[in-house]
Design a protein around this ligand. Structure first.
Ligand SMILES: *[C@@H]1O[C@H](CO)[C@@H](O)[C@H](O)[C@H]1NC(C)=O
Ligand SMILES: *[C@@H]1O[C@H](CO)[C@@H](O)[C@H](O)[C@H]1NC(C)=O
Ligand SMILES: *[C@@H]1O[C@H](CO)[C@@H](O)[C@H](O)[C@H]1NC(C)=O
Ligand SMILES: *[C@@H]1O[C@H](CO)[C@@H](O)[C@H](O)[C@H]1NC(C)=O
Ligand SMILES: *[C@@H]1O[C@H](CO)[C@@H](O)[C@H](O)[C@H]1NC(C)=O
Ligand SMILES: [Zn+2]
Length: 604
């Protein structure tokens, strides 16, 4: 997944302010701390879990030790029942048993290990396909997939898009059913050469030590690509053929924006099938793990948008022996200061994904502090409580606030060419991440409004986003705002329809099919309950190119990043990325369950 490394939480303890020593405040700060952690966990998907991971709290449905648990039947965060394939029940059971055999484990390890060995790094400065030899490594991946998946090769139609993108079509017998689209990407972030010595096993080794498969891409996202393919090989191996068409689409530059891969694949599918022609789309993103003493699965149902705005101020140059009071660099500085002094307003809104997630955590998190649980519960009907909750959240780790608001950061600045010459132009690039409930239009309007008086103050002709808004009579130069890149916030996928029901029911069925008792991936004996809550990943995935194809877009792979023996706080996008074999097998179980369940419903 294309997370920003700079947003990643690497510390176990977020810096939350302690401004008061009263016992009440300490209590508040404690839950600020843990809540911040949870939201960070959601947003970066990987984190070191604090001590409460080891807590052995029992969860009985609808009841906790605190006695303040909302009931599971309340419509606050409705849960699907485990959804076990019906028509294909025997097949599902047989495949489930096969998963745990040594033979299948060997096969799975071999398959992903071979993929990890292919060094498909994506670099930010890569030119187009055909003009940059660094793409060519993906040809080795194509060859590898042909060798490693003979049944897929025989029974699915393979197409190559833009040289390295892969589309596999598993034609269903009933063309009236909308296809299911399963996404993954074959590229990885680069390995920093300076960190090679820090890897326990080399990053392109694909070594298996009996527990972990090691290497860059083992988790992000070759586990998704190879896991999906292994599930389909298993199904074909048992002579299963689909009624609903299943399409696999694998990009090769997800980590640098996906333009070359998904950006080319999506138009092909749109042309072939038309708008809104897919039943659902599944991509990497969320995972499951313990939060507040309960196990939660967190499919991403939306993504923030983004926009880069180039601010440029021009004005007469000249010799600096006769300088004006403000050069274009000085004026630009005033504009930057104005922006930074006026950050976007942040509010916790009940419609936001983060708020809906809080409701789920409050409803099912066994160990949540009763005060916090009550506050969340009250906030459903009381605006005052909502404001208090917002205050509590925002005084925690900064990421909490950024998840529910639009952000700005001035990341590039240019201007001037000689110490003795006046700069005739100066420019800066502001990077915005657009709140899921906002839009680029709202952000443009706000930037325009915020910077207008800078234009006025310096007598600049003001040209925000192509609209010639303001002419200065005695103008000294121009001030323009241009959006150089733009991605709207994604649509928010529904959580009340059949598609989400099948997804969450499949997650629960897959989770329940494995006995997690005393496994290092569970919190304790008798732990057999998983809850599903919507989530908002902080990064974007390839799904950004597929919005036209379905409203049911879910970002979830059934991996467990919160477990104590899977400490990926430093793994994904960093050194020692690795994949626990059990986690991988359970991902495959989830894909099997999901594919079969998607076959059994007609009305999606
Ligand atoms: C192709 O590569 C050459 C040299 O590496 C570069 O000068 C040129 O701008 C590139 N063309 C495109 C379209 O990126
Ligand atoms: C300002 O913009 C106008 C038209 O957009 C252009 O003609 C003029 O040369 C610019 N002036 C400066 C000082 O950049
Ligand atoms: C799950 O595993 C535990 C420990 O190995 C065992 O005691 C328990 O009976 C198992 N539960 C089921 C339902 O198989
Ligand atoms: C599971 O772990 C618990 C707590 O550590 C222990 O009491 C119990 O005996 C274990 N059960 C099995 C079947 O190993
Ligand atoms: C979605 O469809 C619209 C209308 O056909 C089209 O203009 C747009 O480019 C499509 N978006 C993507 C990302 O393919
Ligand atoms: Zn990824």
């Amino acid at each position: 997944m294309g997370f920003d490394t700079k947003n990643k939480a690497t510390s176990q303890q977020p810096p939350y302010p302690l401004r008061n020593d009263s016992p009440h405040f300490r209590k508040i700060s404690r839950y600020i701390g843990s809540l911040s952690l949870v939201l960070i966990a959601v947003s970066v998907a990987y984190y070191f879990c604090p001590g409460h991971l080891l807590a052995r709290a029992a969860v009985a449905a609808g009841h906790t030790a605190h006695g303040q648990h909302l009931r599971a039947s309340d419509p606050v965060c409705p849960q699907a029942d485990a959804l076990v394939p019906g028509v294909n029940h025997d097949l599902w059971l047989t495949l489930g048993e096969a998963l745990s055999t040594q033979g299948f484990q060997d096969r799975a390890v071999y398959a992903i290990s071979g993929a990890v060995k292919i060094k498909g790094e994506s670099f930010g400065d890569m030119g187009p396909v055909g003009n940059d030899s660094r793409w060519e490594v993906h040809a080795a991946m194509h060859d590898y997939l042909v060798r490693a998946f003979p049944l897929i090769n025989k029974f699915l139609k393979r197409e190559i898009v833009n040289t390295y993108g892969l589309v596999y079509t598993w034609e269903g017998s009933d063309p009236s059913l909308k296809p299911l689209l399963m996404l993954a990407h074959m590229d990885t972030v680069p390995v920093d050469e300076d960190t090679l010595g820090a890897w326990t096993h080399p990053p392109w080794s694909g070594d298996f030590d009996g527990t972990y498969i090691w290497g860059r891409g083992s988790a992000d996202d070759k586990s998704g690509m190879i896991g999906t393919m292994l599930a389909i090989e298993m199904l074909i191996g048992r002579r299963f053929s689909p009624t609903r068409t299943v399409i696999l689409a694998f990009g090769f530059d997800e980590e640098i924006g996906g333009v070359q891969g998904a950006g080319h694949i999506s138009p092909v599918l749109q042309q072939r099938y038309g708008p809104n022609s897919f039943a659902a789309i599944l991509d990497e993103g969320g995972s499951f793990g313990e939060e507040y003493g309960s196990i939660f699965a967190s499919p991403g149902i939306a993504e923030k948008g983004s926009m880069n705005v180039r601010m440029e101020i021009t004005g007469a140059g000249g010799h600096s022996s006769v300088p004006p009071a403000h050069t274009s660099i000085g004026k630009l500085a005033a504009a930057i200061v104005k922006l930074e002094d006026n950050p976007f307003e942040a509010h916790l809104l009940r419609e936001s994904v983060i708020y809906r997630r809080l409701l789920c955590l409050a409803q099912y998190g066994a160990d949540m502090d009763p005060m916090l649980r009550q506050k969340i519960k009250d906030s459903m009907t009381s605006d005052q409580s909502l404001l208090e909750l917002e205050k509590i959240l925002f005084s925690g780790a900064p990421i909490v606030k950024t998840l529910v608001s639009t952000t700005q950061s001035v990341n590039v600045i240019q201007g001037g060419f000689a110490p003795n010459a006046l700069p005739d132009r100066a420019s800066a690039i502001v990077n915005h991440r657009i709140d899921s409930l906002s839009s680029s239009a709202a952000v443009k309007a706000r930037d325009t409004y915020t910077l207008a008086d800078v234009a006025q103050r310096f007598n600049l002709n003001y040209n925000p986003f192509g609209a010639q808004n303001y002419h200065s009579a005695a103008f000294t130069g121009n001030f323009s705002l241009v959006a150089t890149t733009l991605l709207e916030p994604s649509p928010i996928s529904p959580t009340d329809g059949v598609a989400y029901h099948i997804l969450s029911g499949s997650i629960i069925a897959a989770y329940n099919a494995y006995n997690w008792t005393n496994s290092t991936h569970s919190k304790g004996e008798g732990d057999d309950t998983i809850f599903v809550t919507p989530a908002l990943p902080s990064g974007n995935t390839d799904t950004r190119f597929y919005w036209n194809l379905s409203s049911n877009i879910y970002r979830y792979s059934h991996d467990n990043f919160g477990s104590p023996d899977h400490p990926l706080g430093g793994g994904v996008h960093s050194v020692n990325e690795r994949l626990h074999i059990r986690v991988f097998l359970e991902m495959i179980r989830f894909y099997l369950t999901y594919i079969l369940n998607m076959q059994e419903y007609r009305n999606i």
